[in-house]
Design a protein around this ligand. Structure first.
Ligand code: BJW
Length: 225
């Protein structure tokens, strides 16, 4: 049995209408990373951060999975038990596109997290600063998102999957953010064939054996079918 490990980033959701981070008109051109994507930024100005994620939650709910999300779901169906999708994205387009074996390593817009007791629950569409935790009742709710300086989720499991990979595909990610940007090296160590799907070669493009250049809706569908 071959194991296929797929890493996705903002580029796979771009054609659904969700902006990426590092494009010239992307999220980081409009918001300071230090303000909206660090725990320190949240402690400084929770209202700014909660509003940023409320807007992202509303945007994600208003768009649909595209052909690339759906192609990955077909791949999983055709290779039952062999495909693992690891996404850095916090939208739910993979789930809605049909992917089941999925890890959200950077958290999820639909999640809320208590920074007092670490309880997790389903976030309302609109969070407010100082919302209370349903478990410990502290006014300590935050979006369940992995910010800079925080540990991405399920790293032990992700590294275990990478150590077994026969094929590693990276789709729509710029390779600027670690530890995800180090996954290709892990997969290569495991002996996997590596493919990058992107509009252009990424910051770590030279580490991939194969490149499929173009919009993911086309390149990923062509690859799967
Ligand atoms: C298309 C397309 C189409 C467009 N078709 N393609 C120095 C060395 C190593 C590490 C560090 C370092 N200094 C600091 C660090 C750590 C830091 C880090 O990496 N910083 C870098 C800036 C250097 N990382 C962390 O802090 C992480 N935690 C951590 O490291 O813990 C310690 C640890 C150690 C060892 C093991 C394990 C853990 C946490 C990172 C958290 C990232 N959080 C964010 C925001 C939260 C989520 C949210 O709000 O949505 O996650 S940042 C942001 O970047 C977001 C994304 O998930 C992430 C990656 O972005 P992505 O997806 O690649 O998007 P873009 O916009 O960059 O790229 C889009 C790509 O798509 C482009 O290439 C386009 O060309 C392409 N594209 N349309 C195909 N149609």
């Amino acid at each position: 049995m071959d194991k296929i490990v797929i890493l996705t980033g903002a580029g796979i959701s771009a054609e659904s209408g969700i902006e990426t981070f590092r494009a010239d008109d992307g999220l980081w051109a409009k918001h300071r990373v230090e303000d909206v994507a660090t725990p320190e930024g949240f402690m400084r100005d929770p209202e700014l951060v909660v509003n940023f994620y409320n807007a992202r939650r509303a945007q994600a709910a208003s768009v649909e999975p595209n052909a690339a999300h759906r192609a990955l779901a077909r791949l999983e169906e055709e290779h039952a038990g062999e495909v693992v999708v690891i996404t850095q994205n916090v939208d739910d387009l993979h789930e809605r596109g049909g992917t089941r074996n999925l890890y959200h390593m950077h958290g999820h817009l639909k999640g809320a997290l208590c920074y007092a007791c670490e309880h997790r629950w389903e976030a309302p569409m609109v969070m407010a600063p100082g919302d209370s935790c349903p478990a410990c009742e502290a006014p300590a709710a935050r979006p369940d998102i992995v910010w800079f300086g925080e540990m991405p989720y399920e790293m032990d499991r992700l590294f275990a999957h990478l150590a077994e990979a026969d094929l590693f595909a990276s789709i729509g990610t710029s390779g600027n953010v670690y530890p995800a940007a180090g996954f290709v090296a892990e997969a290569r160590r495991a002996g996997a064939h590596t493919i990058e799907f992107n509009l252009e070669r990424s910051a770590i493009g030279n580490q991939f054996a194969e490149h499929r250049i173009g919009p993911a809706s086309r390149t990923v569908s062509d690859w799967v079918d």
